[in-house]
Write a protein that binds this ligand. Sequence first.
Ligand code: GLC
Length: 467
Amino acid sequence: MNLISKTILSITLGSSWLGATAQDAKVEGFVHRQSDPSGYEWPTDTAVLANLDRWQDQKFGVLFHFGLYSVPGIVESWSICSEDVDWISRRSDLPYDEYKKWYWELKDSLCPTQFDPGQWASLMDAAGMKYMVFTTKHHDGFCTFDSKLTDFTITNGPFASDRRSNMAREVFDAFRSKGFMTGCYFSKPDWHCEWFWNPAYATPDRHINYNKERHPDWWDNYRSFTAGQLGELLGGDYGRFDILWLDGGWISGEDIGLDSILNSARSTLHPGLIAVDRTIKGRNENYQTPERGIPATALPYPWESCITLSNDWGWVPDAPYKSPGRVLALLAETAAKGGNLLLGVGPTPEGTIEPEAEWRLREIGRWLDANGEAIYATRPVEHYRSGDTWFTGSKDGSTIYAIHPVADGSSAPATIEWDGNLPSGRMTLLADGRKVKYSVTADGHVTVKLPRGVEALPIALKFTPDR
Ligand code: GLC
C-alpha cells in the first residue's frame, strides 16, 4: 500500500457504512481507489492552467450521483459487478443473472417527477458551493443525457415525455445560470454496452469480459461508442464545460482516444477544459482526486478530495449524514492543504434533495457566508497546521486565517492555542468581525481568548502575520 492509501485509510470519516444494502460491510473510511500523489504533470496549455487556477479558488463543489441505483437506494452501479468484496452487496434472493435483469429494468421505474434543477442549484448556492459535477453516465451505462447511441437513457423511460427529461442538460444549465463552474462526470467503462461486457460471456469483474486481441472489432466498436457519447456531451447541446471528470480508472483515457477528444473540445467550445482522467497519471489528469479522505500533507499541485455527505454517493434510505461541523472541518483541512472539497450528494428517485441533506447544506452555507473569506481563493501557508487548528492564507500573503473545528456535541473553547504563524496587531473573529485578545510567548506560542457565546462551529480568526 502506498503512503497516501495508508494515510487516507487512517482517516476516520465519522460514520460507518450503513447504506441500505451494505449493512454487512462496515468499512470505515472505505476507499477502493484513489490517485497516487506522485507523478503529477502540469498542463502546458495556458488556458487550462488559468482555468485550474480559477478552479482552485472555488474550493467547494458538489458531486451528484443520480441513476438507476437511486430507485431502490443502493450502491451506485457496483452491485451488478460480480466482484466478491465487502463494499459491494446485492440482494441475495436472486441469482446473479436475474439480479442483473432486475437492475437493468429499473430503467422502467426511474421517473423523477419532482426534479427541479433550479432548486438544486439554489440550494447548492446557499450551501456556499461554487462548482458542480453531475453523473451523465455511471458504470452501469445508464445515461441521464439524451444519448442517441443507446436507448438506455432517461429520455426513453417513463420520464421521456417530461419537458425536463434530458436531465443532464437541465442540471448544467441551472448551475451555469447561478455562476457555478460545471463538470461533466462520465464513466469510461460501460457495463451495459455489449462491446464492453459482451453478452456472449460471463461478467466476473469490472473489466471487459473478452480478449481484446481475439476481438479487436469489439474493442474498436467500444472506442467509437465512447468517443461518440463524449462527442454528444461536448458537442454544444450541454453548454460549455470547465471540467471533464472521467471515472473508471481501470481503463485509461488513452484506451478511448482521449487526447484527440480533448484537443478538439479545447480548440472549439471548451477552451481551458480541465481533464480529470482519474487515477491515470499524466497529461490528462489535470488535478488529482483522492477519494473519501484527505491526503496527510499539503500537495504542491491541484487536487480535490471527493467525500460523501452521507456514506454513499447516491441516495439511500436513512442515510447517516455527516454533521455540518464535520463537513466544515473537512473543508478547512482540505483548504489548508491546498485542495478542493467535492461533496457527494445523492438526489432521491423523485429528483429532490431530501430535507435531512438540505438543512445540513444550509447550515454549512450559513457558516461560509460569514467565514468564507478563510476558505475561498486562499492558498496554503507554510505552517498550515498546529494541533487541531488549520491555517490558510490570502493569495498575496498579507493575511492569515486560523480555523479551529469544534467537535460535534462540544461547545466552543474559551481559548485557542497554536505554535508558529505569529500574529501582528489586530486579530478578529470572522463570524462577526469582533476583535479578540491574544498573547504570544517568547518561544512563539499563541493563545487567543475567545469571547463568550461563540457558536459551536469551526472558529475562524483573521490576522496579519508577524514578519
Ligand atoms: C468511486 C466509485 C464510483 C463513484 C466515484 C465517485 O470511484 O467507484 O462509483 O462514482 O467513486 O468519486
